[in-house]
Design a protein around this ligand. Structure first.
Ligand code: FCB
Length: 452
């Protein structure tokens, strides 16, 4: 039998892991930092599972040096992390906290000294509480506030940071934070959700504009894409699928890339959907250097007139494996997503900025390695899916596993583990899982280990 040719990725492909500030840093108020909405939310009883908070989490704020060494030992050539806005500007605007800026500068310098390219996300959900007190994402001034903060970061680090990202997953902020109230700041209001989403996108546009004035490298937007498939070919299921897909996926990509919102959003929001000024859409649509795609799962959609607000439900695919979060494992969805972006939006450069899985891992580990075969299988199939999409012409430049460590998984607290490195939250000991060893081999062989 002839052995199939090994999978190989381009030489300059970025191989990284992703994290975010509130999820891993701990010490959220240290050295003059201002509190974020996530600090407040997690300290409000009943909001986060088991009352968990980001007060300590992985203690990366104090262990960053050895953490970078750990990344180096895995062979990562890039690392995606986020800046806590409130460490740099404790009130969100105005006064700069030098200690906060210094922390990120030291982190960037150490990464570079270990041959690791930083990809910096400016906003991964931890809005300064001082800005939330002024209306947060509902205030029309927030694009200016965000651009002011972004500009501080660009001026300090653009000489060393080649990849910037404005927002991480604006859909999650609008949907979880303003529509359903399950994430910070915990509002449940269909009139607020489209407004928050619109201001997020304006903030994205304003930050990109600020970047073009001073920046020399690349800037993009990170969206979470969950492809939607109709449960049947009935008109009702197909229309429900289009609504679900417009609400979650096109709501963000279309204004950013095409300068307009999908028609279906009128149906989704009804009276709550405003007429937006054309100038706002001009601000939102800025030339981008890349799109970051976060992919975890897909949804099979069935029409259900009683379900609020989308009038549809997700049909569980019992024949497939599901994660601890209930998400279906569906690697073909990643191929479909990447080809959809290629065909629909003119094949922009894409990084897979998050992809990973949460399966049961014990809180304590005996021995040097934790075996996590389901996560190894997930990574193998999804990285192979990336390669398949590339062979079909999609312009994919890098892949970031979510996540380097088990960490504070938002409203789930520490109950859900996505890391390729296990975290013992009592001792803060880091232990490699077999998925970390596997990923390391994939990187070292530039993909060949996927087919072994
Ligand atoms: C994404 C988030 C990330 C993490 C993963 C599991 O939506 O960007 O912070 O929570 O999901």
């Amino acid at each position: 039998m002839i052995k199939p040719a090994p999978i190989l990725f381009p030489k300059d492909f970025l191989w990284g892991c992703a994290t975010s500030a509130y999820q891993i840093e701990g010490s959220p108020l240290a050295d003059g930092a201002g509190p974020s909405v996530w600090h407040r939310f997690s300290h409000t009883p009943g909001r986060v599972q088991d009352g968990d908070t980001g007060d300590v989490t992985c203690d990366h704020y104090r262990r960053w040096e050895s953490d970078v060494d750990l990344m180096h030992s895995l062979g990562l050539n890039s690392y995606r992390f986020s800046i806590a806005w409130g460490r740099v500007l404790p009130d969100g605007v105005g006064r700069i906290n030098a200690a906060g800026l210094d922390f990120y500068e030291r982190l960037v310098d150490r990464l570079l000294s270990r041959g690791i390219q930083p990809m910096v996300t400016l906003f991964h959900w931890d809005l300064p509480a001082a800005l939330d007190d002024r209306g947060g994402w509902l205030n029309r001034d927030i694009p200016h506030w965000f651009a002011e903060y972004a500009d501080v970061m660009f001026r300090r680090l653009d000489d060393r940071v080649n990849y910037w990202t404005t927002l991480n997953e604006p859909w999650v902020v609008a949907d979880g934070g303003y529509m359903h109230g399950v994430l910070a700041p915990g509002h449940r209001n269909i009139f607020e959700a489209p407004r928050a989403a619109h201001h997020l996108m304006m903030a994205h546009g304003a930050a990109v504009q600020a970047y073009r004035a001073t920046g020399r490298n690349k800037i993009g937007l990170v969206v979470n894409i969950e492809p939607k498939y109709p449960a049947s070919q009935s008109d009702a299921d197909c229309a429900a699928t289009r609504r679900a897909e417009a609400y979650m996926n096109r709501h963000y990509l279309e204004p950013a890339l095409l300068g307009s919102y999908p028609e279906e959003l009128h149906e989704v929001f009804g009276d709550a959907w405003p007429q937006w000024p054309a100038a706002d859409l001009r601000l939102i649509k800025q030339p981008l250097d890349y799109i970051g795609v976060n992919y975890y799962t897909r949804a099979v959609v069935r029409s259900d007139p009683t379900a609020w607000p989308l009038k549809s439900t997700t049909v569980k695919q019992k024949q497939h494996t599901h994660m601890e979060t209930g998400w279906e494992v569906y690697p073909q969805g990643l191929v479909d997503t990447l080809l959809w972006i290629k065909d629909k939006y003119g094949n922009p450069p894409v990084y897979i900025t998050e992809n990973g899985a949460c399966f049961f891992d014990p809180p304590q580990v005996e021995g040097p390695v934790l075996e996590d075969p389901l996560r190894v299988d997930y990574l193998r199939k999804h990285i192979t899916a990336v390669h398949t999409a590339m062979q079909r012409g999609a312009d994919i430049r890098g892949y970031f596993a979510w996540s380097l460590f088990d960490n504070f998984e938002w409203a789930f607290g520490f109950s859900k583990r996505f890391g390729i490195v296990h975290m013992n939250y009592e001792t803060l000991k880091r232990t490699l899982k077999s998925s970390a060893h596997f990923y390391s081999k994939v990187i070292a062989s530039n993909g060949a280990a996927l087919s072994e």
